[in-house]
Write a protein that binds this ligand. Structure first.
Ligand SMILES: Nc1ncnc2c1ncn2[C@@H]1O[C@H](COP(=O)(O)OP(=O)(O)OP(=O)(O)O)[C@@H](O)[C@H]1O
Ligand SMILES: [Mg+2]
Length: 257
């Protein structure tokens, strides 16, 4: 995916991305401090915000201007919260992810197979008949991800997909995303606060700071202590366990405190 000359502005904040290539059919994490523009960037790609200018090209498709049905079959996202009191059942909400394929005639057996399979993979089968407004934050987060996966997109956008999940569910969901990415050849773009999870699960990392790309590249190559200190204002140690690197924050950097 190519991002070219993208500009989006709120009052007092500008996201500006000159030229950025994101690898297709891989997992890319967007990291960066609070307020650096990660959600805004994902919303621009997903069409939830309309950039002032710029192009986003994916496999010869100009994705900012593709028609709605094609877009729904190309991009899905789990971004933001569901409005409170959205009293629909988990099963019906997740099944909505198949609407771009089923239209108004209703879901086929094949569609329902996909829905139940993803509900199984996300550990949501037992909750299928519960209402969204009766779920915990973590359960709701998994429901949003399940709906996005059921849509079988070419591009999957996830805004902090594990922010409400416990340790086990974090690993399970990221493993599932990795598996689905490989199996369905999806291009996954997700924002992440946990730099260790970004290190472990992404093929590529984009570091945002103040609405600009600070750097991008393979996680092992770019997630160095000096970069993390500069961007996040914390000192870190890198420890290696069984051949894998782990980033341990040790203190707020003196120049930021
Ligand atoms: N609807 C809005 N109106 C005005 N400013 C906004 C709006 N949404 C976000 N902003 C501002 O834009 C900047 C970027 O916000 P964004 O949500 O993209 O950051 P983020 O990197 O996702 O942060 P976080 O890690 O906290 O989720 C912030 O300074 C924020 O205050
Ligand atoms: Mg955000």
């Amino acid at each position: 995916m190519l991002i070219d000359n993208l500009l989006y502005s709120y009052n007092g904040f500008t996201l500006q991305i000159g030229h950025l290539e994101i690898p297709d059919e891989k997992i890319t994490s967007i990291i960066g401090p609070n307020g650096s523009g990660k959600t805004t960037f994902l919303k621009c790609i997903g069409g939830l915000l309309k950039p002032v200018r710029g192009r986003i090209v994916f496999k010869n498709m100009e994705i900012l201007s593709i028609p709605p049905l094609k877009k729904a079959r190309t991009i899905s996202f789990a971004i933001g919260d569901i409005p409170k009191g959205f009293a629909i059942r988990v099963l019906d909400f997740v099944a909505m992810g198949r609407y771009p394929y089923s239209g108004l005639i209703g879901l086929s057996d094949e569609d329902w197979n996909i829905v139940w399979s993803i509900l199984g993979e996300t550990g949501l089968r037992e909750l299928a008949h519960k209402r969204l407004d009766q779920l915990s934050s973590g359960e709701l987060q998994k429901v949003l991800i399940a709906r996005a996966l059921v849509q079988e997109p070419k591009i999957l956008l996830l805004d902090e997909p594990t922010s409400h999940l416990d340790l086990k569910h974090t690993l399970e969901i990221l493993e599932l995303i990795r598996k689905e990415c490989a199996r369905k050849h999806m291009t996954v773009l997700m924002s992440m606060h946990n730099v260790n999870m970004a290190l472990k699960y992404s093929d590529y990392v984009i570091v945002l700071n103040n609405g600009r790309v600070k750097t991008s590249g393979k996680p092992q190559e770019i997630l160095k202590p000096s970069l993390i200190e500069e961007v996040y204002g914390v000192k870190v140690e890198i420890v290696e366990i069984d051949g894998s690197k782990h980033i341990i924050p040790t203190a707020v950097s003196a120049s930021y405190s």
